[in-house]
Design a protein around this ligand. Structure first.
Ligand code: NAD
Ligand SMILES: O=C(O)C(=O)C[C@@H](O)[C@H](O)[C@H](O)COP(=O)(O)O
Ligand code: ZN
Length: 336
């Protein structure tokens, strides 16, 4: 078992990574908790035992279930059962479950503890770590949410064996992101160590800027166009697939701004292709729709804003020329 600490002062917690790590869930349960509300989906074939009285609450599958309506249903269920502030929410699932259950925990009784048992590759290397929780609106991804750190996280690599191949590949989209955030050749590592290495990268960034005042936005690399493609396409692409498209787009944009050279763009394309992930914008998504979604990105405080690679690594670039953003859409489309 590998333990990765997330150092956030009195909100610090442990991330347990390893084959069978779910069996250590009870070690992360806060001492005052008497009851645990387990939030999961019918499609998650993972049983957990928090070691205290528990009841299971299921939510729907797919991004449509990542909604305020689902949060309301969960909170009503918690209230009917009599869950108190001293009790616990345990999210068991991928990023969708941990984002929704984490947000419900953040707002129920103005905040109760949550432990994430992450069951997808994408969740284990990214979504369950760092305390971003939230839901979608019709207008965009994750537009309502809260920073709410878990009391602990379990990344049991054994449960990844049942993950459908497309979901595993989607996780590789976020893994591709870490290649450009100092991760280097992560593929050389055994699975547990690869997951732990990504968790450690994310933990260090989150510890330096918990609420995305600045540096944390590098974790959003590939997400400005990624989220736009995801929502404009009605979620035909999985999150990690959309991030892969967004990484290639961000590389082309950084190149157009003179921040990186041809070889670095080629490296982005190589990493994305090696994971068998898409590198172009799906047909049928028009530029105006994508531009509107890009403008609604939460990072866009001062003009169109992207996390972009450059001589000093990935950093946030504000006020990007809309014409250049459009021309880069055309460039990525033509490289199909
Ligand atoms: N909060 C964050 O920092 C953060 C980071 C990255 C992504 N996200 C969010 O995470 C979501 C995507 O998460 P995801 O890729 O994990 O998808 P997901 O949570 O939708 O799960 C994908 C599918 O796999 C099933 N599944 C889960 N675990 C399984 C298992 N072990 N075996 C078999 N099937 C299993 C689920 O039921 C679901 O149908 C998006 O909403 C994205 O915005 C959040
Ligand atoms: O944890 C972060 O910070 C991230 O940006 C991680 C992303 O992979 C993740 O998809 C996140 O939910 C996106 O955040 P958002 O602020 O753009 O909604
Ligand atoms: Zn993401």
């Amino acid at each position: 078992m590998i333990t990765v600490p997330v150092a956030l002062g009195d909100r610090s917690y442990r991330v347990l990574v390893g084959d069978g790590a779910r069996h250590d869930l009870s070690t992360l349960v806060p001492p005052r908790a008497r009851r645990a509300a387990i939030v999961t989906q019918p499609g998650v074939p993972v049983d957990v035992d928090p070691g205290i009285e528990h009841r299971t609450f299921t939510i729907g599958e797919g991004e449509a279930a990542k909604s305020l309506a689902t949060v309301e249903e969960l909170c009503s269920g918690f209230a009917r059962w009599g869950l108190t502030r001293a009790d616990l929410v345990v999210a068991v699932g991928g990023g969708l479950v941990t984002d929704v259950a984490g947000f419900a925990a953040a707002v129920y009784h103005r905040g109760i503890p949550v432990v994430h048992v992450s069951t997808t590759l994408l969740g284990q290397i990214d979504a369950a770590i760092g305390g971003k929780t939230g839901v979608n609106l019709a207008e965009g991804k994750n537009l309502v949410g809260a920073f709410w750190q878990p009391a602990g996280v379990v990344c049991d690599t054994e449960v990844l064996a049942s993950l459908p191949p497309r979901e595993m590949r989607s996780g590789l989209g976020e893994l591709a992101k870490y290649h450009f955030l100092g991760g280097g050749e992560l593929d050389a590592l055994p699975l547990d160590e690869r997951v732990a290495a990504c968790v450690a990268i994310k933990a260090e960034v989150v510890a330096s800027d918990e609420r995305e005042g600045g540096r944390r936005a590098i974790l959003n690399y590939g997400h400005t166009l990624g989220h736009a493609v995801e929502i404009a396409g009605g979620f035909d692409l999985r999150h990690g697939e959309a991030v892969a498209v967004g990484l290639v787009y961000a590389a082309e944009l950084a190149h157009a701004l003179g921040r990186i050279d041809d070889a670095r763009v080629a490296e982005h394309r190589r990493v994305v292709a090696a994971y068998d992930l898409p590198s172009t914008i799906p047909e049928g998504l028009d530029d105006d729709t994508l531009m509107a979604a890009v403008a609604r990105d939460k990072k866009a405080l001062d003009g169109l804003t992207f996390a972009l690679d450059g001589p000093a690594g990935v950093e946030v670039v504000t006020g990007v020329d809309p014409d250049l953003v459009r021309r880069t859409l055309a460039r990525v489309r033509s490289a199909r």
